[in-house]
Design a protein around this ligand. Structure first.
Ligand SMILES: NC(=O)C1=CN([C@@H]2O[C@H](COP(=O)(O)OP(=O)(O)OC[C@H]3O[C@@H](n4cnc5c(N)ncnc54)[C@H](OP(=O)(O)O)[C@@H]3O)[C@@H](O)[C@H]2O)C=CC1
Ligand SMILES: O=C1O[C@H](COP(=O)(O)O)[C@@H](O)[C@H](O)[C@H]1O
Length: 515
């Protein structure tokens, strides 16, 4: 038995909830699966897509008797050259384990341009050969096209896929496409892109990835909110003073300045990742866990967001950002932004949702901080110590904690700030948290669109930010300079204070130690 001073961590099996399983039922499919990574020579493919596929393979989610992976790009390289490029990015790739070499053998490379029928016919031929070799007639032929490409080529690539590389319907199965952000630069360009792709593929075939939706604690949000009696009555304007959704990175654009400068932090992080998190924090309970029911509720929240006011926005640009030769000397592109969103509905009227994101700051973290209102009639006179806060830290070191006031242990009746703490590393020892991309790619294979952005969601998201983005693009709002390694412009903290956020002072967290 553990003695009293010991940190005891119990491991219990997880109970699989039946109704959850029922609502998420996807037919277990067998047969040939071809995963085609377009833009295979690029950064995203080698850093995220191939490692995610490898992890799925390693865990048995991709079976070598069913799956084949095709890389497609303009660069003229051999199968082995592509494998060599990928190897170093796979976990333990350089150790040359059996898993790694077996996985790499599943990869074939086809070179071709993104608007040339010849390349896509060659790709189709290679996929068909694989399908025939796997006797697809007995099963299904499933083709998953992952567009690890700049969005400017999405329409032409989709046209090529549609014309030359679709799954042959007589074999049964499907063709799906996965598209990455940035999906447009504003409402008009996003809608144009959506229409172009929409003419070629049905919505159930299109998977718009936002990798934040694949993060463990983002996926936990619905469970936390709707499976716990604790939160149900508190989650509203009567109790919550403000909500912060924060993304901080402690490094700058690092050689991606030219790309980043065309987008800026609002398009890069806030309009997609943070807004998706906001939807899950603020939406009403869906009718069921069916993807369409969840996405319906997300759209409703987005449509209830009021226009953003200039005085509720602070923009920043870190000093040194323009030293990157690919960034124009007169760039006003924000690398930091705080924006306050207001949701005009019965639950949230008057509660500011503070979205904050920045590069080259003093720390790396992503978190949701729900700050509660002061206790009315405070008989302990402890309100100056701090408000109740419920924090969900998405990264690093996933954790959910509740900051609350307790009696300071001892003879005196005094109060102190403490926490109820669910630190994943301690609570779930030995549990490996899957990478976001891993989870999302698996969903695309299963045909589960819950964690992907629907066309109307995307439209509603752009509707919120487009007017502000145009004002920034026109130079009507200026980015304030801030020092790399700082908290960003001081004006952002002043805005937070004006929005009613009360910072807790003197709170000290003592990390638990394992005996
Ligand atoms: N399980 C766990 O791992 C737990 C860890 N802790 C740790 O304890 C420490 C304190 O926790 P916590 O109080 O939640 O988090 P912090 O002290 O990091 O931040 C609290 C809030 O204050 C803001 N803030 C910080 N500095 C300033 C400033 N100078 N001006 C205005 N606002 C400011 C932060 O904003 P911003 O987001 O912009 O920084 C954040 O909203 C953290 O290191 C936390 O990780 C606590 C409990 C559990
Ligand atoms: O989409 C993007 O996300 C990354 C941060 O992702 P994370 O999972 O490490 O939090 C960011 O660096 C990049 O600029 C952006 O395009």
């Amino acid at each position: 038995m553990a003695d009293l001073g010991e940190w005891h961590c119990e491991k219990r099996p997880f109970a699989k909830n039946e109704s959850f399983a029922r609502d998420n039922e996807n037919v277990q499919e067998t047969g040939c699966l071809s995963i085609i990574v377009l833009g295979a020579s690029g950064d995203l493919a080698k850093k995220k897509t191939f490692p995610a596929l490898f992890n799925l393979y390693r865990q048995g989610f991709l079976q070598s008797n069913e799956v084949y992976i095709f890389g497609y790009a303009r660069t003229k390289i051999s199968d082995d050259e592509l494998r060599d490029r990928i190897r170093g990015y796979l976990p333990h790739g350089k150790d040359g384990t059996e898993d790694v070499s077996n996985f790499l053998q599943l990869i074939k490379y086809v070179s071709g341009s993104y608007d040339d029928p010849k390349g896509f016919k060659a790709l189709d031929k290679a996929i068909s050969e694989h399908e025939i070799s796997k006797h697809s007639m007995e099963g299904l032929s499933r083709r998953l096209f992952y567009l690890a490409l700049p969005p400017s080529v999405y329409p032409q690539v989709c046209k090529m896929i549609k014309n030359y590389s679709m799954n042959k319907s007589d074999l049964g199965g499907w063709t799906r496409i996965v598209v990455e952000k940035p999906f447009g630069r504003d409402l008009a360009s996003a809608e144009e892109l959506s229409s172009q792709i929409g003419e070629l593929f049905e919505e159930p075939q299109i998977y718009r990835i936002d990798h934040y939706l694949g993060k463990e604690l983002v996926q936990n949000l619905l469970v936390l909110r709707f499976a716990n009696r604790f939160f149900l009555p508190l989650w509203n304007r009567d109790n919550i003073a403000n909500v912060q959704i924060v993304f901080r990175e402690d490094f700058g654009t690092e050689g991606r300045g030219g790309y980043f400068d065309q987008y800026g932090i609002i398009r890069d992080i806030i309009q997609n990742h943070l807004l998706q998190v906001l939807c899950l924090v603020a939406m009403e309970k869906p009718v069921s866990l069916k993807p369409e029911h969840i996405r319906d509720e997300k759209v409703k929240v987005l449509q209830s967001v009021l226009p953003i006011k200039d005085e509720e926005v602070v923009l920043g640009q870190y000093e040194g950002y323009k030293d990157d030769p690919t960034v124009p000397d007169n760039s006003n592109t924000p690398t930091f932004a705080t924006a306050i969103l207001h949701i005009h509905n019965e639950r949230w009227e008057g509660v500011p949702f503070i979205l904050k994101a920045g590069k080259a700051l003093n720390s790396r973290k992503a978190e949701i901080r729900v700050q509660f209102k002061d206790v009315p009639g405070d008989i302990f006179k402890c309100q100056k110590q701090g408000r109740n806060e419920f924090v969900i830290r998405l990264q690093p070191s996933e954790a959910i904690y509740m900051k609350l006031t307790v009696k300071q242990p001892g003879l005196e009746m005094s109060t102190a700030q403490s926490e109820l703490d669910l630190s994943y590393r301690q609570r779930y020892q030995g549990v490996v948290i899957p990478e976001a991309y891993e989870r999302l790619i698996l969903d695309t294979i299963k045909g589960d669109q819950q964690h992907f952005v629907r066309r109307d969601e995307l439209k509603a998201a752009w509707e919120i930010f487009t007017p502000l983005l145009h004002r920034i693009d026109n130079g009507e709002l200026k980015s304030l300079p801030y020092k790399p390694g700082s908290r960003g412009p001081a004006e952002a903290d002043q805005l937070l204070e004006r929005a009613g956020y009360v910072q807790t002072h003197g709170y000290i967290w003592i990390p638990p130690t394992l005996s």
